[in-house]
Design a protein around this ligand. Structure first.
Ligand SMILES: Nc1ncnc2c1ncn2[C@@H]1O[C@H](COP(=O)(O)OP(=O)(O)OP(=O)(O)O)[C@@H](O)[C@H]1O
Ligand SMILES: [Mg+2]
Length: 291
């Protein structure tokens, strides 16, 4: 009985915090990696739930993805609860967020996801012609890596060359293009656990349009619950039980949701606010175990 942490990256601070907290509360907690499991025959595990705190489906080859997905599905079948749910983990992508935002009619920047370089070109050129800016992002990377703005493109030829370079360097064949939203100089990360916002931080960076703390941004507490309802709605729509929802207040005040993180980091949030997010996660696991 207890928790099984399944991860390919056990040294991450957040994972160590959760492991330490669970064990300090006397909850039997084990840790295994994908390479500890051979198929067929996922080991019989005596746990109430499986916690997957690392993005293990999106780091390796397609073969690793399928192998790890099948292990996760076996674990979900055997134990019942995987956090985040396996289906939500499998769909984790900025594209899924974009689809859900459009389905719910919530504010989201104009976005195009395509394998077609000509369509990518037309979308970007159309926005640039209107005097707007365009952001390109990898579908599933995080920490601001590969998120670039097309603000130094001087000619249509440059644009095409840039798109060709970008897909090789970052996009791996799928373009995710988005209108740049003029904003108030910060975004807000809402940490949602089990349908409730448990902490918020405001992130800014005078040096960069990306406000990620890992890209040098500054994190400060944000006490206003104004985006909580939106964040909870988005968490539910993408199916995440533990998630960080990034909201960008536009220059006119409209809150644009940029990201729903399946594997949110929260050490900066703990440092900025003093809220022990790892304890809130273990509280949630204990509620699940009582059910
Ligand atoms: N459309 C946009 N308009 C204005 N700023 C943007 C836009 N998209 C991204 N940004 C800025 O870039 C940062 C990084 O973008 P985003 O959150 O989409 O990717 P990421 O942080 O790499 O992914 P993840 O949130 O999964 O870690 C945002 O926090 C925001 O500051
Ligand atoms: Mg982000």
């Amino acid at each position: 009985m207890g928790i099984l942490i399944f991860t390919d990256n056990p040294g991450v601070t957040e994972t160590r915090l959760v492991l330490g907290e669970a064990r300090a509360r006397g909850i039997p907690t084990g840790l295994i990696a994908p390479w500890d499991v051979s198929m067929p025959g996922v080991p019989e595990v005596d746990a109430d739930l499986v916690y997957v705190p690392s993005n293990m489906l999106n780091r390796g080859s397609t073969f690793e993805l399928i192998h790890r997905l099948l292990i996760l599905q076996e674990l979900e079948r055997q134990i019942g609860t995987v956090i985040n749910p396996v289906e939500s983990m499998l769909r984790y992508s900025k594209e899924h967020l974009t689809l859900q935002m459009s389905r719910l009619g919530l504010p989201h920047p104009r976005t195009l996801v395509t394998e077609n370089v000509e369509r990518a070109y037309e979308f970007a050129a159309g926005l640039l012609d209107q005097g707007r800016n365009v952001v390109l992002k990898p579908l599933c990377r995080g920490r601001g890596v590969g998120v670039v703005m097309l603000d130094r493109i001087r000619s249509r030829g440059d644009l095409l060359q840039f798109l060709a370079w970008y897909t090789r360097a970052h996009a791996q064949g799928v373009f995710y293009l988005q209108e740049f939203i003029p904003n108030q100089g910060y975004d807000v990360r809402c940490m949602v656990i089990d349908g409730e916002v448990v902490g918020r931080e405001k992130r800014s960076n005078p040096e960069d349009f990306r406000y990620n703390v890992s890209a040098g941004g500054l994190a400060e507490p944000f006490d206003d619950p104004v985006y909580d309802e939106l964040a909870v709605k988005v968490a539910e729509a993408v199916g995440f039980k533990i998630t960080g929802i990034d909201v960008l207040p536009g220059a006119d005040g409209t809150p644009y949701v940029l990201e729903a993180n399946c594997f949110p980091g929260y050490t900066a949030l703990i440092e900025a606010t003093g809220i022990p997010i790892h304890e809130r996660i273990v509280d949630y696991f204990q509620r699940l175990m009582k059910k």
